[in-house]
Ligand binder design. Structure first.
Ligand code: DGL
Length: 272
């Protein structure tokens, strides 16, 4: 198999990265994809940088062992804390979600500014605020960690009253002086309804899925790595804990049956 036929490797702590996979499938319909969701260790977002970097190294090595042609870190927390680790452990191009999302947010921002919600670790890392400031120092930036959104999404409670309650708790007092709200966690687009309602429906919500998928397409094109075979692509999903729940939520979100879902084992130094 030529390297352009090799799959794109995508990882996240759990189901959140599927919001990126959904967009990859839409705009790159002939690409094979291998997804790893670290469901045994989710959430990443309230763990220390050292721990997340260790997980990211293992996740990367696992995808590399499968023979991926590119790594997409579909997790803001790992993108904020561990892109250097991912690059150090891979021999293929790697891309995170933060840079493409910031570029788009800065393009969309009007006079008011940009809001960013994400996990504790992403917000505390200041990865978003620094990148936005670098791109446009005059933009107002307001950030807030919303840690309970991840377990809600992992439970599949996308349109449940508890998701509305939680969104109101986190966001109803959110300072209104922003034009764009970055959903700085790949789980959050699954809760777009409640998040949008709690912000009064007026602020544009930007998630990493579409912009990252476009950046992946550009990278593949530039590296001459687009799959030229026009056959039905193969999608493989690996998780580190029970596959049943992941399977059910993933099928609901992606709107397709998953033909290949497998549980892998996390050893002290690797995933196998
Ligand atoms: N979906 C991931 C992110 O974008 C991780 C969430 C978590 O595991 O806490 O940050």
């Amino acid at each position: 198999m030529s390297s352009s036929e090799n799959p794109i490797g995508v990882f996240d702590s759990g189901i959140g990265g599927l919001t990126v996979v959904g967009e990859l499938i839409k705009i790159l319909p002939y690409e094979n994809i291998v997804y790893f969701g670290d469901t045994a260790r989710v959430p990443y977002g309230n763990k220390s940088a050292d721990v997340v970097r260790g997980y990211a190294a293992q996740d990367t090595k696992f995808l590399v062992s499968i023979g991926v042609k590119m790594i997409v870190v579909a997790c803001n927390t790992a993108s904020a804390l561990a892109m250097d680790v991912v690059r150090a452990h891979s021999n293929v191009p790697a891309i995170g979600v933060i840079d493409p999302t910031v570029q788009e947010a800065v393009r969309l921002a009007g006079e008011l500014g940009i809001g960013v919600i994400g996990t504790l670790s992403t917000i505390n890392s200041c990865a978003y605020s620094s990148a936005i400031k670098q791109a446009n120092p005059s933009l107002n930036i307001i950030t807030k960690a919303c840690p309970l959104f991840v377990p809600l999404a992992e439970e599949g409670l996308f349109e449940h009253p508890v998701a509305d309650l939680m969104s109101r708790e986190y966001l109803s007092g959110f300072p209104g002086r922003i034009d764009v709200m970055i959903l700085g966690c790949t789980h959050y687009p699954l809760l777009k309804g409640p998040i949008s309602r709690s912000l009064g429906g007026k602020i544009k919500l930007l998630d990493s899925g579409e912009v990252t998928a476009r950046a992946v397409r550009e990278l593949l094109t530039a590296g001459n790595l687009l799959n030229s075979r026009r056959s039905k692509p193969r999608y493989e999903f690996y998780v580190s804990d029970f596959p049943q729940k992941f399977n059910e939520i993933a099928e609901r979100f992606l709107g397709r049956e998953l033909e290949f879902v497998r549980k892998v084992q996390i050893l002290s130094d690797r995933i196998t």
